[in-house]
Design a protein around this ligand. Structure first.
Ligand SMILES: [Zn+2]
Length: 516
């Protein structure tokens, strides 16, 4: 007697092997049998005729870390068939932080974080595998100071990092384009890479530059792998400056050369031509020495014009202002959400000095404004997508209820994986079995998620059943809060999380721990 029986589907087992017709039986949280199970009984039988039965999809790069605090549904991810998210990315994680550890979003340790999650009665729909954010780790030891750590401080960082890895974090994420990560030099990164290598895990990296200096930034990451032997991964691979569009093959060649020389390097990306990040990322780095508070002080003080000049130089001339869509005001200026910087400047501020208006937006939103930047070329994006890269949304687990969200998030939260499957089908990126491999066994082996990512007897029953001919996102830039279509059933840890295209009441997601 099975708990759940998926009948009559075509199995894509996650390895890239050709589809085969089989029933899949689940007992408890494990796959109990795959084959002809006709005549067998089950407590719950689901029809998978005409559908593909695959391992649950793994979002290789997500920021859902504490999304459960406001919403347990994770509908944006679940409706895409995502059963596990890699979180704690781009240098930012909920731990380790200085203080009393009572605040879940700035917790003293992974251990305390998990205890607080349980004690607080929280739940979430989708599994998470958390990385330790380097920015968070650095801030815990050095605050927001823009300098190199002393020997003692480096040792403290290594101690805290190894403690979190021993407890089950999956590696270290770097956010070298953000403060305070941007203040780290090669030596600091190499030594932390060594700690990760020793404890098991991966170093993922939001690189220092994804545009004019992308080659140099890539070399910096490769050097961490070369020095320490740790596996390194380029987060959200892209070329985000129009002056270097078309260089995808050159950038990829650097990655391949490093692989040939023995460095274990990989990459993930999202299938969109717009990025989404803090508006403050366009400010000169010196103005962020001391964090958002320091930036706001500079904007209110004698160096304001230098900050504005820095923003202008870094990014905004008239042409680029059209490509900046404000998606989040931090609750401070609702009128600008969903408007371009150009529109805000001309219609709301009656100015054509876009850098100055960007500064005003930063001031009024307490530096919390986030923007969608249309900065990539479709050719580069598709070229990278045809290589062996993982797929990561760079988004959040969000509810499908538009009333619960004041921001207008990048559509990748609701659509990254399903857009990849659509592109695989409609742009001929790769065959279906290969597309499934890229969102299942590939990220599972990259991050070391044993027991997940392939559909075989004995593996964890994270299962996604979808219609390969219709799976696609509905989310758009202007209407991003819409669930994807085409995913029919999802099991998470053996529990039915989505049945017949509708989310159930189950919240079976857990925090996965390395080595457990
Ligand atoms: Zn990032």
């Amino acid at each position: 007697m099975y708990d759940i029986l998926l009948r009559g589907g075509s199995v894509a087992d996650g390895t890239g092997a050709p589809l085969f017709r089989a029933d899949v039986g689940v007992i408890g949280n494990k796959i109990a049998a795959i084959g002809d199970l006709s005549g067998q009984a089950a407590k719950l039988t689901l029809d998978a005729d005409g559908l593909v039965v695959a391992p649950g999809f793994i979002d290789a790069h997500s920021h859902s870390d504490t999304s459960f605090l406001t919403d347990s549904s994770g509908a944006s991810k679940l409706y895409q068939g995502i059963t596990t998210e890699i979180t704690g990315n781009c240098g930012d994680s909920p731990f380790p932080c200085a203080g009393d550890g009572k605040d879940l979003s700035a917790c003293v340790s992974f251990e305390r974080f998990l205890a607080r999650f349980r004690e607080g009665g929280y739940s979430m729909a989708v599994n998470q595998a958390l990385l330790v954010g380097h920015g968070t780790l650095r801030r815990c030891v050095l605050g927001d100071e823009g300098r190199a750590p002393t020997e003692a401080e480096t040792e403290k960082m290594r101690f805290l990092l190894s403690r979190e890895l021993a407890f089950g974090a999956w590696g270290l994420s770097l956010g070298l384009e953000y403060a305070p990560g941007c203040f780290a030099g090669q030596r600091e990164l190499n030594l932390l890479g060594e700690t990760v290598k020793r404890s098991g895990g991966i170093v993922t990296c939001h690189m220092r530059s994804e545009g004019l200096e992308i080659e140099k930034a890539l070399e910096e990451l490769i050097e961490i792998g070369r020095f320490s032997g740790v596996r390194v991964n380029v987060s959200h691979l892209k070329i985000d400056n129009y002056r270097v569009h078309g260089r995808a093959p050159e950038v990829w060649r650097i990655i391949e050369e490093a692989q040939k020389s023995g460095v274990s390097i990989s990459a993930d990306m999202y299938p969109y031509t717009a990025s989404c990040t803090d508006l403050s990322i366009r400010c000169p780095k010196w103005s962020l020495d001391g964090g958002a508070e320091a930036l706001l002080n500079h904007l209110a003080g004698p160096r304001r014009s230098e900050v504005v000049a820095g923003i202008r130089e870094h990014y905004f001339n008239a042409e680029r202002a059209e490509t900046c869509l404000i998606c989040d005001d931090g609750g401070f200026w609702p009128a600008i959400v969903g408007k371009t910087l150009c529109f805000v400047a001309e219609e709301l501020c009656h100015s054509d000095d876009y850098a100055e208006v960007a500064a005003r937006i930063l001031e009024r939103t307490r530096a919390q404004a986030r923007c969608i930047f249309f900065v990539m070329s479709p050719d580069d994006m598709l070229w990278f997508l045809r290589r062996d890269v993982g797929i990561g949304s760079d988004g959040y687990a969000l509810p499908a209820d538009i009333a619960k969200l004041s921001s207008r998030p990048h559509p990748r939260s609701f659509g990254a994986i399903s857009e990849f499957l659509r592109l695989a089908r409609e742009e001929g990126i790769c065959p279906l079995e290969e597309a499934v491999r890229r969102v299942t066994s590939k990220p599972a082996s990259l991050f070391g998620l044993s027991g997940r990512g392939t559909l075989k007897t004995g593996s964890v029953a994270d299962v996604t059943v979808f219609d390969p001919s219709t799976v696609a996102p509905r989310a758009t830039y202007l209407n991003p809060i819409q669930t994807s279509r085409g995913v029919q059933h999802v099991l998470i840890n053996g529990e039915p999380a989505l049945l017949n295209g509708t989310q159930t009441e189950k919240r079976a997601g857990t925090f996965l721990r390395q080595g457990r």
